[in-house]
Design a protein around this ligand. Structure first.
Ligand code: SAH
Ligand code: SF4
Length: 402
């Protein structure tokens, strides 16, 4: 009969904490785990290294552990628990959208964008410099991506991964497809960081050699899942080695979240989905404005100590006839100048979706809007739509397979 070391049996899975999964545990949590199971303390670092740097998929791959320990852990019900890519959709422009399966059967969506979507342009980071030196210029008024020939593998000098923070979303922005899902549940830190690990493994990315940017702009509102989101950031930075300056989190404007974020020693860059130049228009698109006003959000953003050259990003989804007029652009310039922030604006042409009663802005209106901001002294960039043909672009992350 085989004999294994005796370990604490793994506890059953809950949606809040998948306790038999090691991926997602912090170093301190791994140390406690090791202590509870009466293993040598240095084993915690070995597991930490295997989980986050090697990104192993199974305990058997942790060859720094003796075979008997690996088998004992498996026998006691433990596993790595890296989220699995259940389905992949590949766009003509090289963008890939994944349906990633969680342990309880819920799925979230994650997007891989080779060569990014120009979202970092002008934000003062290293990632932005690369985009600029790669010859990217703020796009003119065209809303179409430049599409390379299909079938060819898309070479990338850098890639951006768009990560989800919740299954569904409770914020109910009127123009967003994810809102239609409603709120299903928060993702755990392991499920958030795990999306990144699964995608990096698929593309055999080596952190340090390949340039990877992360945007927390997938399904969900990261600041309504604050603790898990920040725990994931720590795993990604301290465990996986992705610099925080290559990460951007986008919030719809959760005031207490922004205030807390301002106090973090380790944090990604921040983007606010502003989307309107006054509370009245914003409230019609984003009912959450009833709770937290633009002025209060801007004041909280002013309290964030910025890194050298760092800029705060304001996302502005252009909806035809709603917020894309010259008077809106002028009001936006006045608002951001008054706020005296190191700001840049990312203009996003609204991606239409079924049963959403808005229309796309005209290319001329988009160009005029961008010019008005630039003439007013506000750096403004047009986000390149990626993967429209596979519903991977902003706000289209709804489970189209349901
Ligand atoms: N919940 C966060 C992050 C996810 S949404 C937030 O709202 O900021 C990421 C970005 O997609 C936001 O700036 C949002 O305004 C934008 N967005 C949502 N639906 C969109 C759509 N249909 N077309 C274009 N952008 C959209
Ligand atoms: Fe949620 Fe962001 Fe969509 Fe608003 S735009 S519903 S906050 S995911």
């Amino acid at each position: 009969m085989e004999s294994f070391p005796q370990f604490d049996p793994a506890t059953p899975t809950t949606s809040e904490n998948v306790e038999n999964h090691l991926f997602g545990l912090s170093l301190q949590q791994l140390e406690k785990f090791i202590e509870r199971n009466r293993l040598e303390q240095y084993r915690s670092r070995q597991i930490w290294h295997a989980l986050y740097q090697q990104r192993v998929s199974s305990l058997q791959e942790i060859t720094s552990l003796p075979q008997s320990v690996r088998e004992g852990l498996v026998h006691s019900g433990y596993s790595v628990g890296l989220p699995q890519i259940a389905q992949t959709f590949v766009s003509d422009d090289g963008t890939e959208r994944y349906l990633i399966a969680c342990a309880d059967g819920e799925t979230v969506e994650t997007v891989w964008m080779p060569n990014g979507d120009d979202g970092e342009m002008g934000d003062g980071s290293e990632a932005a410099n690369e985009e600029e030196s790669a010859g990217c210029k703020p796009r003119p008024s065209t809303t179409e991506a430049q599409i390379p020939a299909a079938q060819e593998p898309i070479p990338y000098r850098r890639a951006t991964i768009c990560v989800s923070s919740q299954v569904g979303c409770a914020v109910n922005c009127q123009f967003c497809l994810t809102a239609k899902l409603g709120m299903r549940r928060n993702l755990t830190a392991g499920e958030i960081a795990g999306q990144v690990a699964a995608v990096l493994n698929r593309h055999q990315v080596r952190i340090g050699r390949d340039r990877i940017n992360l945007v927390f702009m997938g399904m969900g509102e990261p600041f309504l899942n604050y603790d898990h989101f920040m725990a994931a950031v720590h795993l990604l930075v301290e465990g996986m080695g992705i610099p925080e300056s290559r990460m951007t989190v986008s919030t719809s404007g959760i005031l207490p979240g922004i205030e807390r974020f301002a106090t973090e020693a380790l944090r990604p860059k921040l983007a606010l989905s502003l989307n309107a130049s006054n509370d009245t228009i914003r409230e019609s698109m984003m009912p959450i404005t009833r709770k937290w006003k633009i002025e209060d959000l801007l004041r909280a953003m002013c309290s964030i100590p910025l890194r050298p050259r760092e800029r705060l990003t304001f996302e502005y989804v252009l909806l035809g006839g709603v917020n894309d007029r010259m008077e809106d652009a002028r009001e936006l310039v006045a608002l951001l100048r008054r706020a005296k922030l190191a700001a840049k604006v990312n203009l996003i042409v609204w991606n239409p979706g079924p049963d959403i009663p808005y229309r796309m802005p005209s290319p001329d209106d988009v160009a005029a809007f961008q010019k008005c901001l630039i003439d007013g002294g506000i750096p403004a960039f047009l986000r390149r739509p990626r993967g429209r043909d596979i519903y991977a672009a902003c706000g289209q992350l709804k489970r189209t397979l349901e």
